[in-house]
Design a protein around this ligand. Structure first.
Ligand code: BGC
Length: 766
């Protein structure tokens, strides 16, 4: 039986109420703010510094004499006592090495909170995890597509449902804080964490991001089925010039304002409670030292009243890696004074050193007590908002009866099936009849880990021990088709920091088998990886994988490519050899069923690319490029933009026709909005879903304009022959850009609205 207990802290027992004026929608009411202030007044510097200290679970687990963790993992009572009773730590994070059962989670949280409640102020620990595509560190949880796939659904309800289920299942373990969503822009496909993003477009990232947060946090006070969101990684982390993780980015102010900041701003407005800082540096200033971004923009301009947390070891990194501070002590002062509230130190004995040095800094006046109090106030506010200060509750099973349920599995399947994107379908090869005899080949065909990607029961997601409950593509294909011959084709290997695949000896057997098969399904892609271990040298799909397609194409067999990849790998040479191409992204535990249901036509594909699929390694352009980027020095034509596939592209088994585009006015003036409508008709034979996308073009502007920018989208479902009129409203905000004076402005002139291949012009006049 799990313990179930309440702690009433008399000072803090007033019911929570949302301050209506608060921009970030969760400043507490004045009574609760006053209660927190009086609690802070009663705390020593040591206790306050402790609240800002976050340690990893590893730091309080039992290890053998050589420092190796003892399995099964157990809390080391002496280490725990030291961390909480002597160092007053306020937060713990993650698992060490691998996932836990719900029962193990309950006992870990129980052990930790029991000690925290014996302290003078009885302030519970806030535990945080990376539950980034479902509750990634709980056995038997529901795992969804990674964010890049979620974005490809172009359906905010999937984002909200993923958020809500992840929150529910995370909370079931006793953990109330999730280090998600990633709101970094996905504009560098070579970056190892591209799959953790919602793609390249600012409006798509903003819109889907807000829905994930609504799912995580619910409305208002975060109840026992929700968690605090943590926006990552504020800001510019995803745009390293070298493409490698945690390396410097150069981001001009305009690009920062127009692309990187808006998703975070929208998420703060949606009430996000916490923010994790960029581990890299932007324009030479490390994320953790950037007072302008952390304090002036986030806290002061946007009114963020929650807390910021450092990323892994980043105080130490200011000194050791960025080398902007000559001592660790200076680095702590820099980061705290810049506006970091909590430090993910996170190891033992480093955390002890952090606490000691921070206390010294306050006593020496190098960090003011006012700043320390502000950090602690923010942390306590979030603890209050999560109900931690009123009640520490270890969940009992019945409260979370939907954990890992069929209902949750179906939600993940639905998200996966709506994310998968059909990129090519020559002569309507797909959908396939199950009478076909199948030659199944490729290194991602028989791997559940490849479908899930990193952050799946382990950090890198490669260990198969912890993830084997759901079928691989091979399992489902063998179940659905009566004749299947499977070959590996090539082996994916990560060696010396890059992919070093090797051909499998069975490729020639596969070629021999082709003449007895109707269709080859070739599953390519990449091994799970993230952060620094995921750094690679090239976007080219390894030649060993391309060889499979080349060899089989010589036999004349029809080829279906299934791409299981977190970033677009270059397939320029094998695309023409393939008859159909399906982009699966990293679809999660239900990915295999969703992929095969699409191949067989039980699901009509409706995913659309959330990024521009590059054709060449050296030309990474985005759909919202400018006229000046088009000129091709080889042809002297405006044809340089030639991606493999465009942003927003995706085929269906039915056909949609767009007609009758209308705008209700040819002139937009400051107070007014414009109504834009279009008729969409399903002219094919199958029911299907279509994403209707509205783009705006500013024809002339004092800052050279993009040729188009996404401003609205909606996903609709139409029966064969059904017609629907879709209406969008746009206003002046949609025409604004960051002008020469470094302010958001709108200029008079001609604009176009574009939906599919239709367009209408209007003028903006004040
Ligand atoms: C990652 C974060 C993550 C943190 C805790 C860091 O290395 O950059 O995204 O939340 O570890 O696991």
């Amino acid at each position: 039986m799990y313990k179930f207990y309440f702690l009433i802290i008399t000072l803090l027992c007033f019911s929570s109420c949302i301050n209506e004026d608060s921009k970030s929608s969760f400043l507490l009411d004045s009574e609760n703010e006053a209660s927190i202030s009086s609690l802070i007044n009663d705390m020593t510097i040591e206790e306050k510094v402790g609240q800002t200290c976050q340690i990893t679970l590893d730091a309080i687990l039992k290890k053998d004499s050589s420092g190796v963790l003892i399995e099964p993992h157990q809390i080391d009572k002496a280490k725990l006592d030291k961390a909480i009773l002597e160092y007053n730590i306020g937060s713990v994070l993650n698992v060490s090495n691998h996932t836990f059962s719900l029962e193990t989670w309950h006992s870990i949280i129980d052990d930790i909170q029991t000690i925290a409640l014996t302290t003078k102020h009885q302030i519970p620990i806030i535990y945080g995890v990376d539950a980034i595509h479902g509750a990634t560190y709980i056995k038997n949880s529901t795992l969804f597509p990674q964010e890049i796939g979620l974005a490809a659904t172009w359906d905010t309800s999937h984002a909200r449902i993923m958020g809500a289920i992840t929150a529910y299942e995370t909370r079931a373990s006793g953990v109330p804080w999730n280090f998600s969503p990633v709101l970094d822009m996905g504009r560098k496909p070579i970056w190892s964490r591209f799959f953790e993003t919602l793609g390249e477009d600012v409006y798509l990232v903003k819109t889907m991001g807000k829905s994930i947060i609504n799912g995580y946090q619910g409305n208002g006070m975060v109840d026992k089925y929700h968690v605090a969101a943590c926006l990552k990684h504020y800001v510019g982390y995803s745009y390293p010039s070298s493409g490698r993780d945690r390396t410097p980015a150069l981001i001009p102010e305009r690009t920062m304002e127009e692309y990187h900041l808006p998703p975070f701003k929208a998420a703060i407005d949606a009430g996000a409670l916490t923010v994790m800082i960029n581990s890299g540096e932007v324009n030479g200033i490390p994320g953790h030292a950037n007072k302008y971004l952390l304090t002036d923009i986030l806290k002061e301009k946007w009114g963020f009243s929650g807390f910021t947390v450092s990323d892994w070891e980043d105080f130490i990194n200011l000194h050791k890696v960025a080398q902007t501070d000559s001592t660790l002590k200076d680095a702590i002062a820099t980061a705290i004074n810049a506006g970091v509230d909590m430090s993910m130190v996170p190891n033992n004995p480093e955390y002890k050193n952090y606490c000691k040095l921070f206390i010294e800094l306050v006593k020496e006046g190098k960090v003011s007590e006012v700043r320390l109090d502000d950090a602690v106030r923010r942390i306590l506010r979030v603890k209050h908002q999560l109900g931690l200060l009123n009640e520490v509750r270890i969940p009992i099973d019945n409260d979370y009866s939907k954990f890992g349920s069929e209902e949750h599995r179906v939600a993940s399947y639905n998200a996966a099936s709506e994310s998968i994107t059909l990129l090519k379908n020559e002569k309507d090869l797909l959908p396939l009849s199950t009478n076909n005899s199948i030659l199944l080949i490729g290194p991602t065909a028989n791997s559940l880990n490849c479908l899930n990607g990193a952050w799946t029961h382990t950090w890198q997601g490669v260990d198969e021990t912890y993830n084997n409950k759901y079928p691989t593509i091979k399992d489902v294909i063998e179940e659905r088709f009566s004749s299947v011959n499977y070959f590996e084709g090539s082996k994916m290997i990560m060696k010396d920091g890059d992919e070093a695949d090797i051909p499998s000896s069975d490729l020639q057997n596969a070629v021999q088998t082709a003449k007895y098969s109707d269709v080859a399904i070739i599953c390519l892609g990449e091994l799970p990886s993230t952060e620094r271990p995921g750094d690679i040298y090239t976007l080219d799909l390894p030649k060993e994988q391309q060889l499979i397609v080349e060899e089989l194409s010589k036999t004349g067999i029809a080829i279906i490519l299934v791409l299981v990849e977190g970033r677009p790998k270059i397939i320029r040479d094998i695309e023409p050899l393939s008859d159909a191409i399906v982009q699966a992204y990293l679809p999660g535990d239900q990915g295999a069923s969703a992929i095969v249901d699409i191949l067989c036509g039980d699901i009509n594909p409706s995913g659309k690319l959330p990024y521009t699929y590059p054709r060449h390694n050296g030309v990474i352009m985005h759909y919202d490029h400018k006229q000046s980027e088009l000129i091709n020095a080889n042809t002297w034509k405006n044809d340089f933009y030639s991606p493999q596939w465009d942003f927003g592209f995706g085929l269906s088994y039915t056909k949609f026709e767009y007609s009758n585009m209308q705008i209700n006015n040819k002139i937009l003036s400051t107070e007014k909005t414009l109504l834009v409508s279009v008729d969409v008709t399903n002219t094919g034979k199958m029911k299907g879903k279509e994403v209707v996308q509205l783009y705006v073009r500013d024809h002339f502007a004092s800052i050279s304009p993009s040729l188009r920018k996404l401003k609205r989208f909606t996903k609709i479902e139409l029966e064969p022959s059904e017609k629907r009129t879709v209406t969008f409203t746009i206003g002046i905000e949609d025409l604004k850009f960051y002008g020469k004076e470094n302010k958001w402005i709108v200029e008079e002139g001609k604009f176009s609205l574009m939906i599919n291949s239709l367009s209408k012009e209007f003028n903006f006049k004040r």
